[in-house]
Design a protein around this ligand. Structure first.
Ligand code: ADP
Length: 273
């Protein structure tokens, strides 16, 4: 009878229903990915167009003989140069992100081909080189460095780890306050995991923004980011470079007090020499 038939069919119906739910969930994920991809493309287009508009505007004035004054001419030249620099930074960051995207979806051989080979990296030495490259930016912002580096080695892609730490350090300078400090730290935690830590005494990030800042092109304050030479992709690169190295990111921040970002790597195994 009906009751018997139903009780026999019930487990099958349950299975079908749970498969249907799983499929719906997969479709939601795919739709989300698709939406993010379209948003990213729209953002890129916008971000590229803005400097291009400025560049062609000034170039047109100069080419049209509209700029008679020598000082104006030089000023316009500087502006064109600055916008071209912004474009270069943007294109480089977009390229790095797309390489990281590709590497995440492929095997280790392919990812080595797009990103570079994995080798033992001396983290204190890398942080020292970053400090040197950022010395001028720090001086311009009236910010000083504190080095707090203890021995730490990570198996990683040199260029990516450098970019990860460089982006964190340059943010720590750009979102700091005059007289502030940036601490570049590294070492091994109590579980034997290497970490990189960047601490600043800057403007801080509100709790509701702390997840969003890792999204592509997300900026808390758009004008401040641009005025300070940001592409809006720095922390997205940090996040993906961390994922690529199996590292986790911890962000602690308080508005008006400063920010501390710690990237912790898994326990390392080095190939025998
Ligand atoms: P940007 O190029 O705009 O600096 P990022 O991806 O590096 O892009 O950072 C995203 C946003 O997160 C920045 O625009 C800024 O608002 C905020 N942010 C990043 N680092 C810090 C920091 N150390 N202190 C305060 N705000 C920060």
């Amino acid at each position: 009878n009906d009751d018997k038939m139903y009780s026999e069919m019930a487990p099958m119906l349950d299975r079908i229903e749970s498969q249907r739910q799983a499929l719906k969930q997969q479709m939601r994920v795919l739709a989300d990915n698709d939406r993010m991809r379209r948003e990213f493309t729209a953002n890129i287009t916008h971000e590229l167009k803005t400097p291009l508009t400025t560049i062609s505007g000034y170039a047109e004035l100069i080419a049209g003989g509209m700029v008679a004054d020598e000082a104006d001419l030089r000023d316009f030249g500087h502006r064109i140069h600055r916008e071209a620099g912004r474009l270069t930074a943007l294109v480089n960051d977009i390229l790095t992100l797309s390489n990281l995207d590709e590497a995440e979806r492929s095997d280790s051989e392919t990812s080595a081909a797009v990103l570079g080979t994995t080798e033992p990296i001396d983290i204190p030495r890398m942080l020292e080189s970053i400090r040197q490259r950022l010395e001028q930016l720090a001086e311009r912002n009236e910010v000083s460095f504190i080095m707090d580096t203890k021995p730490a080695m990570v198996m990683g892609v040199a260029r990516l780890l450098d970019e990860l730490a460089y982006n964190l350090a340059s943010n720590a300078i750009r979102y700091n306050l005059p007289g502030g400090t940036v601490t570049l730290g590294c070492g091994m935690d109590e579980a034997g995991r290497p970490y990189i830590q960047v601490i600043d005494t800057g403007i801080g990030i509100a709790p509701e923004e702390q997840q969003k800042v890792f999204e592509r092109f997300y900026r808390v304050d758009k004008s401040r980011s641009k005025a300070r030479g940001g592409t809006g992709l720095g922390l997205a690169i940090v996040k993906h470079a961390a994922v690529f190295h199996g590292a986790s990111i911890d962000l602690a921040s308080e508005l008006g007090m400063g920010t501390c970002i710690t990237v912790t790597f898994p326990v390392q195994q080095f190939p025998a020499m």
